[in-house]
Ligand binder design. Structure first.
Ligand code: NDP
Ligand SMILES: O=C1OC[C@@H](O)[C@H](O)[C@H]1O
Length: 378
């Protein structure tokens, strides 16, 4: 039987890295993974074009990160959208520009993979998806966590194999320490007009973990969920968000948090508790889990209310997920496969899921008192 060649897609990368200011971090991470030579690749990726605010930065980016690729380099994003040889535009600008960048690329008929959060609020996400539907082009939010095999397997353990019994609670925290007062005014972590705030940057992953752990069919019953959130601001920036999620039909609860006041705990990116055991997820940060451990139900030495009450944590079984690079190739491969099969939506991160997570963040910001200028636009 003939084996089918993996499809080839040509990427246009929007934004670069300024070596002095170390910006454009995500675009460099993404292309570094794209150019890795992998025997198990589901698609073949070509870096066809790079667009930056300056040609110099664009050329520097290519030299640093694009390996042996020889892309066209443009000093304006619009030239990437106009390049007939680009199939998919990858957008890695600060949050506040995502909507316009997406709309501009869509208007030129380009498929789009846009960094998280897709937009600043749910209304703007709907506008982007409406434009994509009308123009008949593929658009997806680059929630790379969702594409990881680890996440797929963990959900199978929870919902198909029922390894921890009935799930009743999940925790996830994402912390990245940022010295907000001393950051340059132009930093996206400090400038509300660029979308600064822990919830949209980090809490989006904590919420995603809760949904993945607590919902068998993510997003199938949005009205089942109630939310209670609080936020704290420092120097005009939302620096800590905490939210309680409660599902009326099952009573399941999620505790999701994010902060730019301190770094998170790599031993416990997320914890899922069930009636027969629990799962702890490990890795550098919640967007990048590398392993998880399944524990049997914790027991204690109390017998009939007597004894010294020491909790015993039984031996866990650890599942490791080593892979090349940082793991952006999982979403790149899936995006390429969806794109060549003519889909408008990602088969992993649906439009409704992106809108749902944006709606949750809208509600938490409304309760917590964080407003962005985009919320006021007509
Ligand atoms: N998936 C993930 O793990 C990660 C995702 N992200 C997401 O990616 C996006 C970008 O994050 P990151 O790479 O850290 O951002 P940076 O601030 O490092 O880079 C943003 C780039 O956007 C371009 N840009 C355009 N207009 C502006 C402006 N007014 N101010 C600053 N930069 C501008 C610049 O490129 P140029 O001058 O070349 O046009 C700049 O280098 C965010 O939305 C974030 O949520 C970020 C980190 C990790
Ligand atoms: O998505 C992200 O993941 C890694 C963090 O350091 C970064 O701030 C955030 O944008």
């Amino acid at each position: 039987m003939a084996t089918r060649e993996p499809p080839t897609v040509r990427w246009g990368i929007i934004v670069c890295t300024d070596a002095m200011e170390a910006t454009g971090r995500i675009s460099s991470w993404f292309v570094e993974d794209l150019v890795i030579n992998r025997s198990d690749a589901k698609a073949s990726h070509i870096i066809q074009a790079v667009g930056s605010s300056s040609l110099e930065k664009g050329n520097d980016f290519v030299a640093r990160y694009c390996g042996k690729s020889n892309p066209s380099v443009y000093g304006a994003y619009s030239q990437v959208y106009d390049d007939p040889d680009v199939d998919i535009v990858y957008i890695g600008t600060p949050h506040a520009f995502h909507k316009q960048n997406c709309l501009d690329a869509i208007a030129k008929g380009k498929a789009v993979l846009c960094e998280k959060p897709l937009t600043m609020n749910a209304r703007d996400a709907r506008e982007v998806f409406d434009a994509a539907r009308e123009r008949g082009v593929y658009v997806a939010e680059a929630m790379w966590l969702r594409h990881r095999p680890l996440v797929h397997d963990l959900r199978k353990l929870i919902y198909k194999d029922k390894r921890i019994g009935e799930v009743f609670r999940a925790f996830s925290d994402f912390g990245v320490e940022m010295d907000i007062p001393n950051l340059p005014e132009t930093s996206r972590y400090k400038q509300p007009s660029l979308g600064a705030g822990s919830l949209l940057d980090l809490g989006i992953y904590s919420i995603t973990w809760a949904i993945l752990a607590l919902e068998e069919e993510p997003g199938s019953n949005p009205d089942d969920l109630t939310l209670n959130g609080v936020q704290t601001h420092w120097h005009g920036v939302e620096v800590t968000s905490s939210a309680l999620l409660r599902y009326a039909s099952t009573g399941r609860q999620g505790i999701v948090t994010s902060t730019t006041m301190t770094n998170g705990n790599p031993d416990m990116l997320a914890r899922v508790q069930g009636t027969h055991g629990s799962i702890e997820v490990h890795g550098p940060f919640p967007a990048r889990p590398t392993s998880f451990t399944v524990f049997p139900k914790f027991t204690d030495t109390l017998v009939d209310g007597l004894g010294d009450g020491v909790v015993v944590r039984g031996e866990g079984i650890k599942f490791d997920y080593p892979h090349a690079g940082r793991g952006f190739h999982f979403e790149a491969d899936n995006t390429a496969v969806d794109y060549v099969s003519g889909k408008l939506e990602s088969s992993i991160v649906s439009w409704s899921e992106t809108i749902r997570v944006m709606e949750i963040m809208d509600e938490l910001r409304s309760q917590g008192g964080t407003k962005y200028s985009q919320d006021l636009d007509a």
